[in-house]
Each structure stands twice: as structure tokens, then as C-alpha cells.
Write a protein that binds this ligand. Sequence first.
Ligand SMILES: Cc1cc2nc3c(=O)[nH]c(=O)nc-3n(C[C@H](O)[C@H](O)[C@H](O)COP(=O)(O)OP(=O)(O)OC[C@H]3O[C@@H](n4cnc5c(N)ncnc54)[C@H](O)[C@@H]3O)c2cc1C
Length: 373
Amino acid sequence: MKVAVVGAGIAGLCTAAGLSSAGAEVTLLERSPEVRGGGSGLSLFGNGLRALESLGLRSVVPDAPGVSPTTNGTRRPDGRWLTRFDPSAIEDLRVVRRSDLHEALLGRLGSGVDIRTGTGVREVHDGSVRLEDGTSIDGCDLIVGADGLRSRVRPAVVDDPGAVYGGYVAWRAITSRPLDLDAAGETLGRGRRFGIAPLPDGHVYWFASVNYDEDANPGGIAEVRQRFSGWHAPIEEILDATGPADVGVLPIEELARPLSAFVRGRCVLVGDAAHAMTPNLGQGANQAMEDAATLTALLGRTGASIDDALRAYDRLRRRRTQRIARQASAIGRVGQWRSASAVALRDLAMRAVPDAALSAQLRRIQDWQPPMR
Ligand SMILES: Cc1cc2nc3c(=O)[nH]c(=O)nc-3n(C[C@H](O)[C@H](O)[C@H](O)COP(=O)(O)OP(=O)(O)OC[C@H]3O[C@@H](n4cnc5c(N)ncnc54)[C@H](O)[C@@H]3O)c2cc1C
């Protein structure tokens, strides 16, 4: 089977590795001059790790213990806890550096994958991929769109709804030195949130989200300091331990509407190309891994036709990913509430919900198994 995978992000790398190990002849096309994972961190949960396992890639994520602090949950800016997770609900959580994950996935592609970087895909049509440099790859049995939020493959599959801005931006970074933390999780204020996730080596991955006009221009770490001034410890210490050049900021966007299909003919979407979601459940990359594992398992079934496998993929993936995207979007909206009365109500409601119920929600999202091969 001749496969073109468009985009070498997490979705494309996992899909290329999976399909290649199942015997496909894979060409992986990446627009950037090199395959890189960016500077910040990423939370992987039990479902993403199970997907990697099914792809034979579990070892790309070190099996170091998950979050070590004694408490993980949600706080107010004054440090008072609103919810605490049951440790068993996050026992599989692994926080990794994106750059490490990319490098490890790239290293697992094997010689069966032909990687072409530095030229983007312009369009796909009838088993052909046309590249921006004027060349094309013809006669593909399958084209996988793994080219992210602004996918060029998506219009070949569905009426493309495009991206929509969520109304807030997120700064992200990893501290340049380890810190001793006794707690992790997210702190909710008025129109702003701060998240803390320690890496196994003690460095801390953090993010800070703030409501922002779409056409405004967010600043660097100085703005983060100012926006989160007076918030509980160790937020200031975390910012002090972060190199200004290590801080990135980006608008939070998602698909404007859920797609009516992930598959059309021999073209299939995976990862953000299929279901770009806001990061509020930390599931975008985990779902991309599930997509790759599902597609690989279905196409790898003995005697399965490609068309049957693609139909099953659409059925298995669309509902689950779109439900998670909806939940993530709603959590983001409530998390970014600004009005004092709404925030007071939110905090009250969060304190009233038993910790066990929130932990159960986290467990439900992670409760996923790859299809049998
Ligand atoms: C602030 C923030 C925090 C997040 N935190 C988490 C988290 O903790 N856990 C989690 O699971 N998810 C998280 N996510 C989501 C996660 O980052 C994404 O869902 C995931 O990276 C998507 O991977 P992808 O491969 O589908 O897309 P991308 O990472 O966008 O990769 C697409 C690739 O395709 C390439 N490309 C694009 N167009 C073309 C073209 N025309 N031709 C060729 N190549 C092309 C791009 O250069 C890129 O390499 C977060 C997202 C944000 C914004």
C-alpha cells in the first residue's frame, strides 16, 4: 500500500510509524525545513500512552513516575483549593518536552519511511499530492492529512469550516532549572489561568492563559508577571526560573465546527486536521495518538479492505474526538470567565462537586482501548 502522510507533527509521525510498521510504503511530507517539536511541554495521559503502546512506540515516553507533588487539582489565585484529583486518576500522567517527543518519534520511523521536508502540500486530488515546489506524488492508495489546524488536505474531505479564535491567548514555557514543588494543577482567576506541571527531571512546564482581543499583540514574560502578580506561590518563583527567550505565546483556536466526516474516498484526516480542539483537557495530542493507533490497527487487519477500514475509522474516531473537543471548549469558556459574580459562582460550584466526580471524569476520558488487530 502506497501512503502519503501530510505533516510531521505528532499525528503524522505516529501515523507514519504505525503504517510503515504494518508494511505500507510511506512518504512523510513536512512543510518546515526540519521536523521539530517546539519548545514547551505536553501532558500525556493513559489513553495516549496506550495508543503509543499499540503502535509499538511506548518507549518514546520515559516511564518515569508521573506527577510527584502530593496534591494536584484546581486552586484560586489566593491558593485555596477548589478541587483535588484522586491520585489514581492521574497516575498515568506523563509530562514531556515536545522537542524530546518529536525527536524520539522521528528516531522510530525506520528506513521504510521516506521523509521530505521543506516543501508544503498545496492540494490533494484523486490519489495525487501536489506540492508547493511544483512536483507531485501520484498513485497513492491512501493520503493522510496530518497537517494541523489549517490543513490543506481537509478541503478534499469536507466542506472546511476553518479555525475560530477562542478569545484568549496562552503563554507557555519550561523553567531553566528544577524547582521543588509540593502541588501542581491549574489556578483559576478572572479571565486568566495559570497551570503548573512538573517534568520528571524537576523542571516545570507552565502555561498562563489570559482573555485577549483577537487583533491585540501580547507581550513576553514581563506581561505574564504583571498579569499574575500577587497570585499564590510558587508562581512568581516559576517565572523567575524561566528564561525570557523560552516563553512562547499563541492564540487559542479550534475548528469552527465539528467535521461531518474524517474520510472521503482514499483521503483521511488525523490529529488537529480532523479535530483541532482547545487545550483545556490536554487531549489534542493524545487524541492524535489514538487516531494513529486506530488507523494502523484497522488497516493492519488481515483481509481488511482499505475502504472498510476507513469507514470504521470514521465511525470510531469522529464521535469520541468531537465530544472531547466540545468538553474542552466548554471548560475553556468557564475557566476564562471574567465577571466577579460569575467567577464566585463557578468557585462555589467547583467546591460543591465531590473530588471523586471530577476524578471519574478524568478516568472516563482516559478509558480507551485500541481496536483489535
Ligand atoms: C497551549 C497548548 C497546550 C497544549 N497542551 C496539550 C497537552 O498537554 N496534551 C495534549 O495532548 N495536547 C495538547 N495540546 C494540543 C496539541 O499540541 C495538538 O493537538 C497536537 O500537537 C496536534 O498535532 P498534529 O500533528 O495533529 O498537528 P500539528 O502539531 O499542527 O502538526 C502539523 C504538521 O503539519 C505541517 N504542515 C502544515 N501544513 C502543511 C502542508 N500544507 N504541507 C506539509 N506539511 C504541513 C506543520 O508544519 C506541522 O509540522 C496543546 C495545544 C496548545 C495550543
